[in-house]
Write a protein that binds this ligand. Structure first.
Ligand SMILES: [Zn+2]
Length: 210
């Protein structure tokens, strides 16, 4: 069994979605400065790095992060190669993946995985088109993941992809790193922090290869 970490490191220099809070990590006690122990304080938005969006992000009175069904966050997941797609992933692109019926968790491996190497937030990431989001809902997908900070095309004003997915209860996993992951089926373990009442949370996500 091999455990493949698809989470990005959280640090003060990581890319943050434009407008989101910056990450601040500070030591409030430090043994190297004579304190009896070391203790770190973190200050960050819940949509930092690898994170999960709960329905509450875009649905009034929608489920918060601690209410998500762990059965949706853990289980077989398909990593699909969409590295030839520019701009938005459409229903046609998803048809071409020949995913088996009944696939409940799908992670999109796109050109985005290379964007993590670039400093600062990159606006030209590959996102999910509205018809691609509908495709996933129609097939009763429970979780969809993408390898940069949003499923939504940058600059969107209607947030169609988020609305279509979250209205249908599809969990969104954003900010994974799939650079070293071959397309195929894995066991996903994705556990967002249990932050009461929050509309999202940072997560550690791993793929297990049998
Ligand atoms: Zn998010």
């Amino acid at each position: 069994m091999t455990i493949l970490d698809i989470s990005v490191p959280v640090s003060g220099s990581m890319p943050i979605f434009k407008g989101d809070p910056m990450v601040n990590i500070a030591r409030t006690a430090d043994m190297s400065k004579g304190d009896p122990y070391t203790l770190t304080r973190i200050d960050l938005g819940v949509h930092t790095g690898t994170h999960v969006d709960a329905p509450l992000h875009f649905v009034r009175d929608g489920a918060a992060i601690e209410q998500l069904d762990l059965n949706a966050l853990i289980g077989p997941a398909y990593v699909v190669d969409l590295s030839r797609v520019d701009g938005e992933i459409t229903a046609r692109d998803l048809d071409a993946t020949h995913l088996p019926g009944g696939a409940e968790r799908i992670l999109f491996k796109t050109k985005n995985s290379a964007l993590w190497e670039k400093p600062g937030f990159q606006e030209d990431f590959v996102a999910l088109a509205a018809d691609g989001a509908r495709w996933l809902v129609e097939r009763q997908v429970r979780l969809v993941g993408i390898d940069y900070l949003s499923v939504e095309v940058y600059g969107s004003t209607d947030f169609a992809a988020h609305h279509i997915l979250l209205d249908a209860g599809v969990i969104i996993l954003e900010g994974v790193q799939l650079k070293d992951i071959a397309p195929g089926v894995y066991e996903l373990l994705c556990l967002p922090l249990k932050i009461q009442g929050a509309e999202g949370a940072p997560a550690r996500a791993v793929l297990i290869q049998e």
